[in-house]
Design a protein around this ligand. Sequence first.
Ligand SMILES: [Zn+2]
Length: 277
Amino acid sequence: MPELPEVETVRRQLAPVVEGRRFETVRIVDARLTRPLDPDEVARELEGETVELVDRRGKYLIVRFESGRALLIHLRMTGSLSHAPSGELPDDPYRRAVVTLDDTSDVAYRDVRRFGTWLLLEPEEVESYVDSRVGREPLAEAYKAKHLAEKLASRKAPVKAAILDQRTVAGVGNIYADEALWRARIHPLIPAHELEPERVKALHRGIRKSLELGIARQGSTLSDYRTPNGESGQMQHEFKVYGRDGEPCERCGTPIDKIRVAGRGTWYCPRCQPYRG
Ligand SMILES: [Zn+2]
């Protein structure tokens, strides 16, 4: 599933080709993308809108229009976007929508499992909608350890479950949660509210470091994630723990263990991330 680094990679590649462009024609061929709204109605509403900015908050891609409206795109499991000059989109049975821009190029949305969503919001709805669903942006300059501490202080859930909650911090999913906990040397099952301030600081650093590295590698390519330029990310070659059960920890050589936390496969180093201490 795309997490913050993957969505940020999409945003960075899409921004230069769509900012300042008008949505000339919009075709939405899968009703699930816009439900409960009629896809043709949403498509008609989008036509004529000019893109001011391609923004992101957590895993939401936010296409902000000059009108003040915004198209919120969530890729969920298998959504992806690609950009191609006029007439050069290859055939694709999983294509769910195409936006033709005023320079005649196309932006195509593909989604094999069809969990992705497109939601058009009116100007006054945008910030409140996003704020109610996602916490602070972890890579923002203003995001400090105290913000993470405030969110964790009241949570008795395992720390991994707490940071997977998008309201704790925006954009961290299963992969980067495990990577961040390894960096911070924190066992994923420790109750969030038991973490001392020093360990919360370490986790804050670990989250940022893992996400930044993910962005630098253009995300991780698992299943069929592709960037809008058709490239695959390279982060999967640099995971410290995620998916590495039985392989040696790069810090101490202990085999990485796999457990389940909050219903999700979870990888950690039993020696660097002890439950106590
Ligand atoms: Zn280790």
